[in-house]
Design a protein around this ligand. Structure first.
Ligand SMILES: Nc1ncnc2c1ncn2[C@@H]1O[C@H](COP(=O)(O)OP(=O)(O)OP(=O)(O)O)[C@@H](O)[C@H]1O
Ligand SMILES: [Mg+2]
Length: 488
């Protein structure tokens, strides 16, 4: 358990005061005791001298035994004796245990000894022709004397007052500002930014509070800058998304352009035939049978033009960029549509496109329009590279766990080394200006990845390039009762 700042402070101050005041108390108490003892000793000596003076002056006049008896009943005098001029004991009264049997004449003695009931003072006072010796009880210091108790009380009160004062001062100068700062820091951590920092406590703490305020302000401005960056990033992402969208449209238009060039050729031939047949009808009066024959040929040519135009319209109306991201597509169906669209194209002459997609291959999770554009690009690319005559493009598809892999293989020369590493980047092309924009594969990758798939290039079994598109397959649950999903 962690103790709070106040409690720790109180404990530290308590320990400090105990360490400082307990030895002080003992020193003062010992001093007081010592001075009291010496005062008692000198009082006892004075008493001894006074009594001895009285006894000696009485002894010069006669027998003192009664006086001695009377003196021993005085408080504190335990024993008393008179010695003759040679120092031999003459008369004695009281408990003689501590009295010497003889004294040195003319020599004053004052010494502390241990009596049967406690410390005693032996006082020998020499007179003109006699000496007197007394044993006076020195009261043993039982327990602490009142003075010592006062010292204890005094030091205790001072220590307590110091403790309270130091605690209050420390609380005001340190604890309260630190608690306020810590609360403020907690509020910052909790997300508050417009913060009123406490301006209290010692100078250093005020400085700290000022630094914290500056830090919060910096944090605030950094956060604001970050928000600005995020907004910028969002805008850039949005711009990028619309740029990608327009890239897809551009590529689409380029493909339409290429197709249109092929179409012009496709339409030009039947149109020339039609003009010839019309002229024949107008200038020559044909018999009904031949006339009908000409009309049938004219109808066939018109139908040819109509079919070509319809296919082109179908393709150009499919706004791939706007096509929904979800949806399912049948690989076989989409491929059949693409091949039908490409069949009349000039580019496809002398190129055999084989559809080896098994009908049992599951549907893939991508909008049909998107898959159509991907396959169209891949087959057109392959057709551009294969040799003529003898060009061969094979489209295969196989199920692989949760995905379907579509391979577009050709017997061309394979991908040129110069572009192999950046093949799927926009505007990477080996074709001459006007023939290719280099957008086809970039757009393919965008469409495939948006559907959660991948596109890669390798070598085909036919010796040319193999472009493999891996797409997630539609699970049975997704497929039940759903056509292509429209995302609004
Ligand atoms: N099947 C292939 N065999 C060999 N090289 C290929 C094949 N497919 C693509 N490439 C190479 O990749 C390049 C880029 O193809 P991409 O489809 O991105 O652009 P492009 O075909 O040049 O122009 P466009 O924008 O008209 O499609 C091509 O120029 C070509 O060099
Ligand atoms: Mg291309």
């Amino acid at each position: 358990m962690r103790l709070g700042l106040r409690l720790q402070l109180l404990l530290a101050l308590g320990v400090l005061l105990v360490v400082a005041f307990v030895p002080l108390y003992f020193a003062v108490a010992r001093l007081a005791e010592a001075s009291l003892a010496s005062a008692k000793k000198s009082a006892a000596r004075d008493l001894g001298r006074a009594v001895a003076g009285h006894v000696l002056s009485s002894a010069a006049r006669g027998d003192v035994s009664t006086l001695l008896e009377a003196q021993t009943s005085e408080s504190g005098v335990l024993a008393i004796a008179v010695y003759d001029g040679a120092g031999a004991q003459v008369t004695v009264a009281g408990a003689a245990a501590n009295l010497p049997a003889a004294v040195t004449p003319g020599k004053e003695v004052s010494q502390v000894a241990e009596g049967p009931t406690g410390p005693v003072l032996l006082v020998v006072v020499p007179g003109a022709d006699r000496s007197c010796a007394l044993v006076i009880a020195l009261e043993a210091s039982t327990g602490r004397m009142p003075l010592v108790r006062i010292v204890a009380l005094y030091t205790g009160v001072i220590a307590l007052a110091l403790l309270v004062f130091a605690y209050l001062a420390m609380t005001r100068l340190v604890v309260r500002p630190i608690v306020a700062l810590s609360n403020a820091a907690e509020r910052v951590a909790g997300g508050t930014r417009s913060l009123e920092m406490p301006d209290i406590g010692a100078a250093e703490l005020r400085e700290l509070s000022g630094s914290l305020r500056q830090m919060t302000e910096r944090l605030l401005s950094d956060e604001e800058a970050l928000r600005g960056k995020v907004r910028e990033l969002e805008k850039t992402t949005h711009d990028l998304a619309s740029a990608q969208e327009s890239l897809v449209r551009t590529e689409r238009l380029a493909s339409v352009g290429r197709l249109a060039a092929g179409m012009a050729h496709e339409i030009g031939n039947p149109l020339a035939a039609l003009i010839g047949l019309e002229e024949l009808l107008m200038t020559v009066d044909l018999p009904p049978d031949e006339r009908k024959d000409v009309l049938i040929r004219m109808k066939r040519e018109t139908e040819r033009i109509h079919r070509v135009l319809r296919d082109l319209l179908t393709f150009s109306r499919t706004k791939t960029a706007d096509a929904p991201e979800g949806g399912n597509a049948s690989v076989a169906t989409v491929l059949a549509e693409v091949l039908a669209l490409l069949a009349p194209q000039k580019e496809m002459r002398e190129v055999t496109v084989t559809n080896e997609v098994d009908a049992g291959v599951p549907d893939v999770a991508i909008a049909a329009e998107r898959l159509q554009q991907v396959l169209l690009n891949l087959v057109l690319n392959a057709a551009d590279e294969v040799p003529r005559p003898g060009g061969a493009v094979v489209v295969r598809a196989e199920k692989d766990d949760d995905t379907v892999v579509i391979h577009v293989d050709d017997n061309g020369p394979g991908v040129a080394v110069s572009v192999r590493d950046k093949l799927f980047e926009p505007f990477v092309t080996t074709k001459e200006v006007g023939k290719g924009t280099g957008l086809g594969l970039a757009v393919c990758r965008g469409l495939v990845e948006a559907a959660g798939g991948t596109i890669a290039v390798a070598e085909s079994p036919e010796g040319g390039a193999r472009f493999s598109v891996r797409l997630p397959r539609v699970t049975e649950r997704q497929a039940v009762g759903t056509g292509p999903k429209r995302v609004s």
